[in-house]
Design a protein around this ligand. Structure first.
Ligand SMILES: Nc1nc2c(ncn2[C@@H]2O[C@H](COP(=O)(O)OP(=O)(O)OP(=O)(O)O)[C@@H](O)[C@H]2O)c(=O)[nH]1
Ligand SMILES: C[S@@+](CC[C@H](N)C(=O)[O-])C[C@H]1O[C@@H](n2cnc3c(N)ncnc32)[C@H](O)[C@@H]1O
Ligand code: SF4
Ligand code: SF4
Length: 327
């Protein structure tokens, strides 16, 4: 369905939980957040109903995110249910990778198309600091499990932070020569915990590219790989994968926005950076008709802003953390 700015909205990001087995410094407070109660979280059956309604309005691609989606039980059956919805062509997952060794094969068999795995450093001590106690070997095993399960493409998301991991940019780019993975560098966004670290640690895509150039590696423009998101892609000589950049702040990509977000609480968010949410869960639980739910989706689509103003206005004291929205 087209929005007010003639953008085709066909991608839904669904956060299935606000829980996480890590505590990344830019995403969650150390003590976690006050978690949603059992009744506040939508059941998978409720989410499936909502996604059916979304599909009837032209949503074709779904990304499962969180919190950490793999900590929610029965995710594999949920994937299978989504793949069976008429009109849904692509179901993808964004994960920190820790539990992938356990679930990758089952997810593939359930029909999951793609996985994006977040990894901000290749050093185990740093990984422990950034994630507040994660074990990097688990993520490496997760990436291997995803490749062995034949997911294609497998992407690695790296949030770049000045004086924390920006000295690893060139090494991460080189990873695409050794492994068939697509490494995407993401600008730190001033959201939730990210807001506190933003000013001191923000690194622009332009600076990241110049670090790769300084390392003697030349980037060639690439047409892009399968995906629904905002990355622009390059490749290094003799690489098996690509290098992508997500310039959420320095050069926003809102004119090609194609998405809506659904939180684990059943709130539709027209924009990642806007405060507006539309409650779908209450009407669904009160027995709303499909027509009524379609109208709520249409309302969300028609209230999408033309762009965000984060670099000028910051997050503006919104109560949401990134882990509650799903990125
Ligand atoms: N500003 C902004 N950032 C976004 C948006 N969508 C995704 N991102 C950020 O991009 C990063 C990577 O997101 P992923 O979950 O891997 O999803 P994706 O890039 O859409 O995935 P592909 O379908 O593989 O292209 C995350 O840090 C997101 O917060 C958006 O609409 N606006
Ligand atoms: C919120 S996480 C949820 C999925 C999963 N737990 C993971 O880490 O991949 C989704 C994405 O958002 C990114 N993210 C979280 N906070 C961010 C911030 N403040 N700025 C930029 N990206 C952020 C993460 O690095 C991750 O790639
Ligand atoms: S980025 Fe992902 S893994 Fe890290 S705390 Fe947030 S939700 Fe958890
Ligand atoms: S910031 Fe809002 S308008 Fe811009 S791409 Fe993201 S969701 Fe779309």
């Amino acid at each position: 369905m087209l929005d007010r700015f003639s953008r085709d909205i066909h991608y839904l990001r669904v956060s299935v939980t606000d829980r996480c087995n890590l505590r990344c410094v830019y995403c969650m407070p150390e003590d976690g957040i006050s978690l949603l109660g059992h009744d506040d979280i939508m059941t998978f059956e409720e989410m499936e109903k909502m996604i059916k309604v979304a599909a009837s309005l032209g949503i074709r691609r779904v990304r499962i995110t969180g919190g950490e989606p793999l900590v929610r039980k029965n995710l594999t059956s949920f994937v299978a249910a989504l793949k069976a919805i008429p009109g849904i062509e692509d179901v993808a997952l964004t994960t920190n990778g820790i539990l992938l060794p356990q679930y990758a094969q089952d997810l593939r068999e359930a029909g999951l198309d793609r996985v994006n795995i977040s990894l901000d450093t290749m050093r185990s001590d740093r990984f422990r600091d950034i994630t507040r106690n994660g074990t990097i070997e688990d993520v490496w095993s997760g990436i291997e499990a995803a490749l062995n399960a034949n997911f294609h493409p497998v992407k690695v998301n790296v949030v770049v932070m000045g004086s924390i991991n920006d000295d690893e940019i060139a090494d991460f780019a080189s990873l695409t020569k050794r492994w068939p993975v697509h490494v995407r560098f993401i600008e730190l966004m001033p959201i939730g915990e990210g807001e506190q670290s933003f000013r001191g640690h923000f690194v622009s895509i332009e600076e990241m590219i110049s670090k790769i150039n300084q390392s003697g590696q030349k980037l060639y423009k690439h047409d892009g790989i399968k995906g629904s998101g905002p990355a622009t892609y390059y490749t290094l000589e003799k690489a098996q994968g690509t290098v992508g950049f997500i310039s959420a702040i320095s050069k926003h990509f809102c004119n090609s926005c194609n998405r809506l977000r659904l939180t684990a609480e059943g709130q539709l968010r027209p924009c990642l950076h806007g405060a507006k949410e539309i409650d779908l869960k209450t009407p669904l639980r009160l027995g709303a008709t499909e027509k009524k739910l379609q109208l709520l989706f249409m309302q969300a689509i028609s209230s999408k802003p033309d762009q965000h103003f984060l670099s000028d206005q910051g997050w503006g004291g919104q109560a949401r953390m990134m882990s509650q929205i799903g990125g």
